[in-house]
Write a protein that binds this ligand. Structure first.
Ligand code: FES
Length: 113
């Protein structure tokens, strides 16, 4: 069973999930990482579920078009949309306090620092 490590606001939450688990779906039925995972639409439209992948990114499929559209430059910084991921391997994620809908142009400005 995949182990999910989830960092939020300085806290770390760890639990095992079944293979092919979607964390937003789980949060929606009040299972880990509920209530700590921020999300809204569950459909790749709002980017509120954006998480930075700290470990395990190599096991994830390439970003889909929704992730490319919502995350833009943040994809290169390791961000993914949790609602678009079906977890099959151990993964470590962090959800930072980012603007809910940072447009790509804002991410570009930050990336130059
Ligand atoms: S919950 Fe809206 S994009 Fe993931």
């Amino acid at each position: 069973m995949p182990t999910v490590t989830f960092h939020k606001q300085g806290q770390t939450f760890v639990d095992e999930v079944k293979p092919q688990t979607n964390l937003v779906v789980r949060a929606g039925i009040r299972q880990f990482p509920y209530p700590n995972l921020r999300y809204e639409c569950g459909m790749g439209k709002c980017s509120k579920c954006a998480c930075r992948v700290i470990a395990g990114a190599e096991h994830l499929p390439p970003p889909n078009w929704k992730e490319k559209k919502q995350l833009g430059e943040r994809l290169e910084q390791g961000y993914r949309l949790a609602c678009q991921l079906w977890i099959e391997h151990d993964i470590e994620l962090a959800q930072d306090d980012l603007p809910a809908q940072a447009p790509a142009i804002v991410a570009t400005a930050g990336a130059d620092v």
